[in-house]
Design a protein. Structure first.
Length: 400
């Protein structure tokens, strides 16, 4: 009976090993579906051991090691059994270099992950699995504080789901760990005087909000939005600091307006992003859908961006929607980005200080999930050979 239990347990570990290996291989080749990407993110987030294994499996140096190790290692039953179950179809060839390396990487990842799981399951004792973890910073998440019109505050991280409180004719409702909404109790009652709430997503946090008119707003780390519990004026006005992505409910009778510093963005109904952090060189308004007017003089069409200087001069450019909207899709995406731009985002999301010990003039291209620990992101930068980092408490030091 014990042997049957062992066989069942081994089969389960084999299944887990190959599933994780498949997901990691797909991550390297950038061909995971959204569901698979979420599955991998969930697995990484389960434990620091999983995070470390993911980092090891995606380290290019380890890929070469595994390949060389396989070439020089005598065949053993466990390895042959694993290899016999290794099934992977390489993508259609685009060129020799573009098709060969992803296949080799994926195959070695599959084999390496399976071997690692085998070793953990059959060879390693618990005391041998305890390793000294390098200093690291975990990613941000759904964290926010709601400030009510009377000054009271609610920590949304610890608040339970359901009705949080009532303000006038409105219930404030927490639907899940990352969303609050405002629900009018009796639509026939006069809205009365506007009373403002403020939702604040601190460094290392983000949160989603459904406004009383049905508009949807996602706040990025280090941002806040001030808004009325009920819109009662001739326009729907909200005040943004930091960064927010808006999906505005259409209502031609009551235009929607965002105030960001000295700038105003007017819309009727549309999807757009505003980046108005104080430490950014310009305010950026990026339009994904619909139409917006910036400072009552510049109209944007989908796929375009307005860049507003501190002197309120407006410049329009063709937007790179992938990079500008990456954060709302739980990604970091950088294309020819200077290091200071990269590290500003890192500082906000990982809630840390960044100290530059040297001036790095290189520009960087990479993408990575916002759910990975900071060491994984910094690894991509260090692979260029032009920059190195150290992590101490909540501080990242940038070195040549």
């Amino acid at each position: 009976m014990m042997k049957d239990d062992d066989s069942i347990e081994r089969a389960k570990m084999d299944q887990l090993a190959f599933r994780v290996a498949y997901l990691i291989a797909g991550f390297l080749q950038e061909n995971l579906t959204e569901t698979e990407h979420q599955e991998l993110d969930d697995w990484i987030g389960e434990s620091m051991d999983n995070q470390r294994l993911f980092e090891d499996m995606t380290d290019p140096k380890n890929l070469e090691t595994w390949l060389k190790w396989r070439e020089n290692t005598p065949s053993v039953p466990t390895l042959d059994r694993l290899k016999s179950r290794l099934e992977f179809t390489p993508p259609a060839k685009k060129s020799v270099l573009r098709s060969f390396w992803p296949y080799v990487a994926a195959a070695s990842i599959l084999l390496g992950a399976a071997i690692t799981f085998e070793w953990i399951q059959n060879k390693a004792k618990p005391e041998n699995l305890v390793q000294t973890m390098p200093k690291d910073l975990l990613p941000g998440g759904n964290h926010a504080i709601l400030t009510l019109s009377d000054g009271r505050t609610i920590a949304l991280d610890s608040a339970g789901n359901g009705n949080l409180t009532q303000q006038g004719n409105v219930n404030i409702h927490k639907q899940d760990s990352g969303l609050i909404s405002y629900q009018v109790i009796n639509p026939s009652v006069s809205p009365g005087k506007e009373e403002y709430n403020t939702l604040t997503a601190p460094a290392g946090g983000q949160f989603r909000l459904i406004l009383p008119d049905g508009s949807n707003v996602l706040l990025n780390a280090g941002s806040s939005l001030k808004y009325p519990t009920v819109f009662s004026g001739k326009k729907r006005l909200v005040i943004l600091t930091g960064e927010g992505y808006f999906e505005v409910a259409k209502d031609p009778m009551f235009p929607f307006e965002v105030s960001a510093g000295t700038n105003t963005i007017q819309v009727l109904g549309t999807h757009f992003n505003i980046n108005a952090y104080a430490d950014e060189p310009a305010v950026r308004v990026t339009l994904e859908e619909g139409s917006v007017m910036v400072n009552q003089k510049t109209t944007l069409t989908p796929g375009w961006q307005a860049q507003i200087s501190p002197s309120t001069e407006v410049k329009t450019i063709k937007a790179d929607l992938e990079t500008e909207l990456a954060w709302k899709n739980d990604l970091f995406v950088f294309k020819q980005a200077p290091l200071d731009e990269v590290m500003r985002q890192v500082g906000r999301w990982y809630k840390c200080e960044v100290d530059f010990k040297t001036n790095i003039t290189d520009h960087f291209n990479f993408s990575v999930s916002r759910s990975v620990p900071v060491s994984k992101l910094l690894h991509f930068l260090e692979e260029t050979g032009s920059v190195h980092f150290s992590i101490e408490d909540k501080k990242i030091t940038v070195m040549q």
